[in-house]
Design a protein. Sequence first.
Length: 430
Amino acid sequence: MPQTLFTAPADEPLAARVRPKSLDDFAGQEHLIAPGKILRRIIDSDKIPSMIFWGPPGVGKTTLASIIANHTHAQFINFSAVTSGIKEIREVMKQAEANHNFGERTILFVDEIHRFNKAQQDAFLPFVEKGSIILIGATTENPSFEVNGALLSRCKVFVLKPLSVEDITGLLRRALAFLGERVSVGDDVLRAIAAFSNGDARSALSLLEMTAANSDNGEITPEVLEMCTSRKSLLYDKNGEEHYNMISALHKSMRNSDPDAAVYWLARMLESGEDPLYVARRVVRFASEDVGLAEPGALSMAIAAYQACHFLGMPECSVHLTQAVIHMAIAPKSNAVDLAYMSARKDALETLAEPVPMNIRNAPTKLMRELGYGKGYQYAHDYDERITAMECLPESLKGREYYRPSEQGSEGRYKRRLEQIKAWKAEHGG
């Protein structure tokens, strides 16, 4: 029998040998494959539609495909987005067309479908539309961003979740039978391996196999586990969705004035290999978006942290980012600056053709002066109060207010100053 993605000879990694052949042995994803759930019914009835399995690594996407391969009466073709191009796609489609003409279904499993570019994904579309193939794609990336919209609309998306510690512990117990009778391990160590894997069954099985290979007399002890796990492998992809989830967690923790949570998410990102300059740029944005004039020094600290990251890099700059993140979390908050811009932006987009008032136009030439450029301009420094009642907005926006300061921190002083300015202008506006 030729070797495929779903065959597992004895010399293959433990994860391949342990791969279940039926849904009864499948770990996790109860929301999809428990009796009566939609994916369970689809597989049991062999009425497979085109679909996408979306989830983090090691949660069973390829395993579900192998179970479908074992149960379906259709021809099952495995296709890798890593090693295949347009030429290979056309060859497979030609084979699927021939099967379709003879009344035979073809299920095409595409692992890591997000690695295909738009042109490669487009090549599948006509065959999916006319039913020549049933497409099953597996991806760790959000298909909304990584899969062609037309193709995605013809597929049912199933979201797979990270496995629980209990799910992985049960899987590890079953895997012990594949390691031979000489291997012994306590439940506490199995649970530690499960917790360390962070919801990734493949990672857990690889670690079990590694610890077994490095154990004395087949006994996997906490000391052996510690030796094989010098640092925790965090679930993080700098270019994927988890990247955005993490920065969102950091931003929202700072906004909610929670320095402990903010530092935790910062550490998760940095220790997973995130570019410290990316984090620093986001902190700079936060300093004005969420702190603003409630604490004007926040922006200076954020810029200083960015410069420190640029000078030093990791790991030294982690302390500077931590200082900035804690400062942002504890600082008084105001989004008045951000709201001012967004409000003004809306008016600006709706009044792009509105001319600049003549009184505040520059008049560098005689002709421009004769045309009225700068006529009526009042130079504030010529007045004792260093302020005038001159209107600077277009006529259609006269009286519009964009900046509405809060009472938070230093912004209270800006608010009182603004109130004084507006009262003076109202009094002298005639």
